[in-house]
Design a binder for this molecule. Sequence first.
Ligand SMILES: Nc1ncnc2c1ncn2[C@@H]1O[C@H](COP(=O)(O)OP(=O)(O)OP(=O)(O)O)[C@@H](O)[C@H]1O
Length: 245
Amino acid sequence: MSALARDRLKEPDIVLEARNLYSYYGKSVVLQDLNFDLEPGSMLAVLGRNGVGKTTLLRTIMGLTDRTKGDLFFSGEPLGDRRTDERAMMGIGYVPQGREVVPRFTVAENLKMGTFARKDGKRAIPDKVFDLFPILKEFSERRGGDLSGGQQQQLAIGRALAMNPKMLLLDEPTEGIQPNIVQEIEEVIQTLNVEHGLTIVLVEQNIDFARRACDRFLVMDKGQVVVSGRGEDLNDEIANKHLTF
Ligand SMILES: Nc1ncnc2c1ncn2[C@@H]1O[C@H](COP(=O)(O)OP(=O)(O)OP(=O)(O)O)[C@@H](O)[C@H]1O
């Protein structure tokens, strides 16, 4: 273990830490020299125009890009050579863009898939999932593919919660969802963060929600962080300069 890794193990007060992080698809570099910390129970918004590398950041945290350089620590442990399934077992839950619900599986079967990444071997779907999303209980025998977009998003979040994660990565969870469900999903995200103390990394297009809900934000451009700060400091000037099309 490197000296840097040893130092990080002494600092369990940081859940996620990136130091000089680069990430590649094949030979193309996508993320360049990212540096950030995430405290336990905090929520980080990752913002930026299309194609700047937001999804790639989440995929890098999950070990789903071809190659990385630099350091990434989760609860003080280096993630560098860990496989994706090991990262899930360590407590990183991932809700990808587009949800990736298995359409032929029932709601209950989709949720059960989430439990396979539990360290404690428990296969029961935690009550918390149904408390947060009662519709998933009601529709537990329906096929995932028959649910509406908003219900599929709830299922995808529920599936990630079924593994009892320490940190949740959410990629544009309200994209393409009807407005009445958007508010419901935003409320659940805030509940998970504020009441359940879950650490969250949220890729988000909705600046108002990011400002309201997040402790910190990063704005990315061409694979780099161009502005970062506290959620409440996410102002119109930053939005106009880096986030409007
Ligand atoms: N699997 C891949 N192989 C090669 N290049 C990729 C791959 N996925 C993404 N890229 C490239 O990496 C860059 C960043 O893409 P990424 O999807 O991370 O951006 P994004 O900010 O999440 O965009 P969006 O808001 O559209 O989802 C883009 O130039 C994209 O073309």
